[in-house]
Design a protein around this ligand. Structure first.
Ligand code: ADP
Length: 486
């Protein structure tokens, strides 16, 4: 199949979270499965700031969106280690900013441009996609654009659209007055009329109405988002489209995240040979200036520090637990000021036990995953979550809230049978998280030999799970094929 994959994030070029990982790994897996897949994303300043060079393939492409005339051009590179073409939409006025999102009040325009250029690019290249795979609100206008503005072109006669929801919390909802700058003012009647009457225009909402198929990143999340409680105002649309909505668990990139070959680690390890993990723990403690003790478990947390990730629960339970139990905590993450401040204070209060690093650092994330014993992921909601899967792969036992993809990837550990891969709490409250952390500490025990054997069996159970994209990519191909047959 010819597949155009449109995304606002593609690692390593541009990533703020899991979307960036998926934006690289899924196209890579599709290419390995023999499809002609091409990727399109904006050329943010960080893309070219890294000293990479690209070939110009479209020198000049003008768009008139309402009263705004935008000049763009397109450059081509490749996904590292592959021949998968990556097209970068260059438009310095819109994309040359320090952060990927949210600085300038023109988000609707920035991503409307991406949607338009994705389709015009296909025309310039004479690339006839069987499927355009859109991701989140930033590329969710493509299904409507295709129908309202590009359907005259026979190039697209066989094109179907698939829209993946990576996080329903981000919907790209703007005042209805931005409509001219989407370039779709003539097609105003095709937008959701109740929304327009309420003065809103939602990119994601529009995509959900017109995509030929909708996917989201775990089966549990696919069910949750159809409920009023977790539908973030879009549950009614999702229920209407339930017949084309599928939950497909994300995979992990097993080349990037493989403890046996990971280049960011001081020592490698695997389920069969765990010794290297201890060397990683020592290195992590040293780099965090925490005393290293084999028998003291190191907990970790790597996340965007935002409300979704349940940091407020961590804030409520950790000081007390740190006071009364023997464990250490390493945190890597940036986000809301109040959470960053909390971890700074926690480190000050427990200098021998807590280390906080307020950076976004890919190499550091690998070392933290490898060198810690228990990973905290108490998300309030979690569409899929990748970090708990990286943890499983790295023998770092996850503590998770039973929600979304966390519920689909981590199974409650049962000491009596030895089954399970982590510690799962059902109710999102202090008692729940605190219970799960204490369970982890109990199973870790004194760190003596008999406890250690049990812990290693638990680690191995997680490390041996089939988590790679090669186990998932077939499900996407099924969705593409069903969309084409429709
Ligand atoms: P989300 O997409 O909601 O942020 P995921 O668990 O799906 O959550 O993916 C998060 C991704 O972002 C992982 O690859 C994780 O390692 C990475 N990440 C988050 N914060 C940091 C950080 N401070 N430094 C490095 N990587 C980070």
């Amino acid at each position: 199949m010819n597949i155009l994959f449109a995304s606002s994030e593609v690692a390593p070029f541009a990533k703020t979270g899991g979307l960036g990982d998926v934006g690289a790994a899924l196209p890579r897996a599709l290419a390995t499965a023999g499809h002609d897949v091409r990727v399109v994303l904006p050329m943010y300043s960080r893309v070219h700031a890294a000293g990479r060079t690209f070939t110009e393939v479209v020198p000049e492409l003008w768009l008139q969106l309402g009263d705004v005339k935008v000049r763009t051009s397109v450059y081509e590179g490749a996904l590292p280690g592959t021949k998968v073409p990556v097209y970068f939409v260059r438009c310095p006025g819109l994309y040359d900013r320090p952060s990927l999102y949210g600085s300038g009040g023109d988000e609707h325009l920035r991503f409307a441009v991406l949607n338009w250029v994705a389709l015009e690019l296909c025309q310039r290249l004479r690339f006839a996609p069987d499927v355009i795979h859109c991701n989140d609100w930033q590329t969710a206008l493509i299904p409507l654009l295709l129908r309202a503005r590009f359907s005259w072109d026979r190039l697209f006669s066989g094109t179907r659209t698939v829209l993946t929801i990576h996080n329903l919390g981000h919907q790209g909802t703007f005042p209805a007055s931005v409509m001219p700058q989407t370039g779709l003012a003539d097609s105003w009647y095709l937008f959701h009329q109740d929304e327009l009457r309420a003065g809103r225009l939602g990119f994601l909402m529009t995509g959900l109405l017109y995509a030929n198929a909708i996917t989201t990143v775990s089966p549990t999340y696919a069910r949750e988002i159809q409920t009023r409680e977790q539908g973030v105002g879009l549950d009614h649309v999702l229920r209407q489209r339930a017949d084309v909505l599928t939950g497909i668990l994300n995979g992990i990139d097993e080349d990037e995240w493989n403890p046996a070959t990971d280049k960011h680690l001081p020592a490698n390890f695997s389920a069969e040979a765990l010794a290297g993990k201890e060397a990683c723990k020592r290195a992590l403690c040293e780099s965090a200036r925490l005393p290293y003790r084999r028998e003291v478990p190191v907990f970790s947390l790597v996340a965007r520090l935002v409300w979704q990730k349940g940091i407020d629960l961590v804030q409520s339970v950790l000081p007390n637990l740190l006071r009364h139990h023997r464990f250490q905590l390493v945190v890597l993450g940036k986000g809301e000021h109040k959470y960053e401040e909390f971890f700074r204070l926690l480190q000050r209060a427990f200098p021998q036990k807590v280390h906080y690093d307020a950076r976004f650092s890919e190499p550091r994330a690998h070392l933290v995953e490898a060198g810690s014993d228990v990973f905290l992921m108490p998300s309030r909601y979690e569409p899929c979550g990748l970090n708990q899967m990286y943890s499983l792969r790295y023998g770092t036992v996850p503590v998770v809230h039973k929600t979304g993809g966390l519920a689909d990837t981590v199974w409650q550990y049962q000491p009596a049978t030895g089954r399970g891969t982590g510690f799962v709490f059902d109710h999102f409250d202090e008692a729940g998280l605190s219970w799960a952390i204490r369970r982890a500490l109990d199973v870790w025990g004194s760190g003596a030999a008999e406890y250690r054997a049990r812990w290693e069996a638990l680690q191995r159970a997680g490390m041996q799970l089939p988590l790679g994209w090669k186990h998932r990519v077939g499900r996407y191909v099924e969705v593409y094929e069903r969309a084409r047959a429709r």
